[in-house]
Design a protein around this ligand. Sequence first.
Ligand SMILES: [Zn+2]
Length: 105
Amino acid sequence: MDDAMKRRDTACAVCGPIGTGASAFEKGGWPEQTVLLPAAVGALETICGWESGGRGEKLLRCAACGDHFQWTLSYEYLVGGTEDETTLARLSELEADRLRVRLGG
Ligand SMILES: [Zn+2]
């Protein structure tokens, strides 16, 4: 089985809707500009990582197919409103291993 071919193309019922990744955006005071992550993200398991003060980085895993995702949260304070951005990216096994090591999980 070639992992490089397998990744980024999944018919998984759980994480398939996420595709290769997704991002969410929230701007304080501008709810109409808010973009949420797909609901499927809530079904992913957190393997390791951290979240603090509006920032974070986590390694997530789909329990159904075993694919890994990198979750990152960033926070920016701007005049006129704060901005929160959450991104999710599907990882190859190699990328997931590297992230796991970096996060100490
Ligand atoms: Zn999956």
